[in-house]
Design a protein around this ligand. Structure first.
Ligand code: MG
Length: 158
């Protein structure tokens, strides 16, 4: 039995915040706005894992109205969501993510992101694929206003 989940997240670029994606701090002029650390990679993968288990979504689990999650480490939210599905007898089999951003160049950081995500989830880096592309200058991503992340995860019975 395999269950598939999809996750989507977007965050707006703002000056004066660190850019954190997949648990990796990336040198850039802007970071992402958000209640937590705004790690859109961790958020999209969290939603894919929760979705595969039909266990709700990140906003229901960790509401942004709750001061406990202010500036939260999203990698820890990801780990915690995976713990929740594990308690239901499921575990991550593999995940595939695409980050869509015009800037900065993310290719040099993708391996580190995959390793960091895999580490939090108790799988090998070979089971986590992180890809990046631009939006060819189109739309809000193309104008450099923010970042979009799409994630797919499969869960298997554990
Ligand atoms: Mg988010």
């Amino acid at each position: 039995m395999i269950r598939v989940g999809i996750g989507y997240d977007s965050h707006r670029f703002v000056p004066g915040r660190a850019l954190v994606l997949g648990g990796i701090t990336i040198p850039h002029s802007h970071g992402l706005a958000g209640h937590s650390d705004a790690d859109a990679v961790a958020h999209a993968l969290t939603d894919a894992i929760l979705g595969a288990a039909a266990a709700g979504n990140i906003g229901r689990l960790f509401p942004d109205t709750d001061p406990r999650w202010k500036n939260a480490d999203s990698m820890e939210l990801l780990r915690s969501a995976h713990e929740l599905v594990r308690a239901r007898g499921l575990g991550l089999q593999q995940a595939d993510l695409t980050i869509i951003a015009e800037q900065p160049k993310l290719d040099p950081h993708l391996g580190a992101m995959a390793a960091a995500l895999a580490g939090r989830l108790g799988v090998t880096a070979a089971e986590v694929s992180v890809k990046a592309k631009t939006n060819e200058g189109m739309g809000f991503v193309g104008r450099g206003e923010g970042v979009v992340v799409i994630a797919v995860a499969t869960l298997e019975a554990r």
